[in-house]
Design a protein. Structure first.
Length: 75
């Protein structure tokens, strides 16, 4: 394995370990709502509705988005 590939493998392992622990804690902390997005450009429309990830950016760029109205930071 090349050095860069080895480094990426280890980095991905560390990140996945951290994220999986966080995600398991998060998704088991309360009720889960599953959605099925259907229709033409459904994913893009959903992303537009949610707005930018950073709620401060969302308030400036997409003031009617979910994150602009209810976001508290970068999550």
């Amino acid at each position: 394995m090349a050095h860069n590939n080895g480094m990426m493998f280890i980095l991905n392992s560390i990140i996945c370990s951290y994220l999986s622990s966080y995600l398991v804690e998060f998704v088991t902390s309360g009720p889960v709502v599953a959605l099925e997005l259907k229709g033409s450009n459904a994913i893009q429309k959903w992303r537009t509705l949610l707005g930018p990830t950073d709620s401060a950016t969302a308030r400036n760029q997409a003031p009617m988005s979910v994150r602009a109205k209810f976001g508290t930071g970068i999550q």
